[in-house]
Design a binder for this molecule. Structure first.
Ligand code: SF4
Ligand code: SF4
Length: 314
């Protein structure tokens, strides 16, 4: 699939309607497949790869073995307990194993959709967007792994000749994409939800695979072009939850000035480990406990000295 022009096709993992945590009002959030970082605490491993794929959902597996003959490449085998596992090196993403399983234990994640079909789905709730100030949020994975498709979606949401019929748009991004790709998109975006995961470049690289130079540069460029932003700060035990890091993050938010309308804290959830187990995957991140209100209150107060509004959970 070429990304050289604004393609009207992309790989969509899910479209969720009536979301209230991905921007103002009621929203439809379109989750695209693919990611540009590799966060060790990732809660959504099904969003990482760019193309449709089969992921075992071993919790549903009846250990019947009926899927094994369906695989033409030898990628599908079983572990010692008879549960399916897939060699990514051998898998051709043909999806035949998923078709052979009668128990929804081999699940296809991602489907190729046209921008028109996505927008038709999104526009079903247009009346709710109008009354609530909501609209379309494009998220991921990382949506900017498919920048041409994001541009097609955002442009489509703003295409009506009547300004009153255009819908509000938000882009939920990690910030780690080429500025040229953001420039293709931002003319059609009302709000950027921008992740700031760590202010220390070395720690950022250690925990996400990339340092934060490009992310912070893009944030400054967005602010300079007048883009409205909400910063999204994951709160991850023993990774970024120090006063020094949050103070640096808050100062950076203040540096961006009036572009930053608020900040959303996204506390780590221990449930991610269960999801990995259901997928038959190792969750290498040392799962800690979640955060309660008492632990989050000082963090909220710290940020409130620098930004106009702080929420927990987006
Ligand atoms: S994945 Fe499906 S077909 Fe394969 S062993 Fe499990 S239940 Fe049977
Ligand atoms: S998607 Fe195709 S190649 Fe991959 S494990 Fe399933 S049957 Fe085998």
């Amino acid at each position: 699939m070429s990304e050289s022009t604004d393609t009207a096709w992309g790989v969509v993992n899910d479209i969720q309607r009536m979301c209230v945590n991905d921007g103002p009002g009621f929203r439809s959030t379109v989750f695209l497949k693919g990611c540009l970082l590799d966060c060790r605490w990732c809660h959504n491993p099904e969003g990482k790869r760019r193309f449709p794929e089969v992921i075992p959902y071993v919790s549903n597996c009846k250990v019947c073995g009926e899927c094994l003959p369906a695989c033409p490449t030898g990628a599908l085998s079983t572990n010692g307990g008879g549960l399916p596992k897939i060699s990514r090196a051998l898998c051709s993403d043909c999806m035949q194993c998923a078709a052979a399983c009668r128990h929804e234990a081999l699940v296809v994640w991602g489907r190729v959709m046209s921008a028109d079909d996505v927008l038709s789905e999104v526009m079903k709730d247009k009346a709710f967007y109008k009354t609530s100030g909501g609209g379309l949020t494009v998220s991921g994975g990382e949506p900017m792994a498919q920048p041409a498709f994001v541009a097609a979606l955002m442009r489509g949401a703003k295409a009506d000749p009547d300004p009153n019929e255009r819908i509000h748009t938000a882009l939920d991004t990690c910030g780690h994409a080429a500025w040229a790709d953001y420039e293709r998109v931002l003319d059609f975006v009302d709000l950027v939800l921008l992740d700031i995961k760590h202010m220390d470049p070395s720690a950022h690289k250690a925990y996400t695979g990339r340092d934060n130079t490009l992310i912070l540069d893009n944030a400054r460029k967005m602010a300079a072009r007048g883009m409205k932003m909400r910063l999204r700060v994951p709160v991850i035990p023993k990774v970024n939850d120090t006063e020094a890091n949050f103070t640096a993050t808050a100062r950076f938010a203040a540096e961006l000035g009036e572009a930053v309308t608020g900040l959303d804290l996204l506390p780590y959830h221990p449930y991610a480990g269960g999801k990995y187990r259901a997928f038959g995957m190792e969750y290498e991140f040392p799962a800690g406990e979640g955060y309660d209100d008492e632990m989050l209150t000082p963090i909220i107060n710290l940020f409130l000295d620098y930004v106009p509004e702080v929420t927990v959970g987006g």
